[in-house]
Design a binder for this molecule. Structure first.
Ligand code: DQA
Length: 147
């Protein structure tokens, strides 16, 4: 069984009511249900969200220790968290895929969102497709994991 961890940073627990013109109407549990429905046989998706940088970093450490591929929406940490960047780098250095995702396309938004400190250490980046960014990442990461 391949276990994929889908990690979400700050404020993503408010999806559904948070700025729906930008982030859509789906809640994180809606997204979790869709991921579960699309998961190929032999793959499980564990979706987690935290507003805490320390907790998000500890989940990346855990992914390394359990050999779990990672789908990561770092939310606002994307733009400035060098600590998260270093943890993400350890994931890819351990030979595990880490796909950075965003619901919105940060490049179409405020200038501070155009910088990602994570992208350079991610395996790849998917952004701008709303909740489908998660599905596209799942498809790619399961392909990479050989499922
Ligand atoms: C986001 C984009 C970030 O700039 C923002 O801070 C978020 C969500 C996205 O999914 O589009 O919280 O990561």
């Amino acid at each position: 069984m391949t276990r994929i961890v889908v990690l979400n940073g700050p404020n993503l627990g408010r999806l559904g009511s948070r700025d729906p013109e930008v982030y859509g109407h789906a809640t994180l549990s809606d997204i979790h249900a869709t991921l579960d429905a699309q998961c190929p046989a032999g793959v499980s998706c564990e979706v987690r969200q935290t507003d805490s940088e320390a907790e998000l970093i500890s989940w990346l450490h855990e992914a390394i220790d359990t050999g779990s591929p990672v789908i990561l929406n770092p939310a606002a940490f994307t733009h400035y968290s060098y600590a998260l960047r270093d943890a993400a780098e350890m994931v890819t250095q351990a030979g595990l895929p880490l796909i950075e995702i965003h619901l919105s396309n940060p490049h179409q938004r405020e200038s501070f969102r155009r910088q990602s400190v994570i992208s350079a250490v991610a395996t790849g980046v998917i952004a701008g497709f709303g909740a489908d960014s998660y599905i596209l990442a799942l498809q790619q990461i399961t392909r990479m994991a050989g499922n």
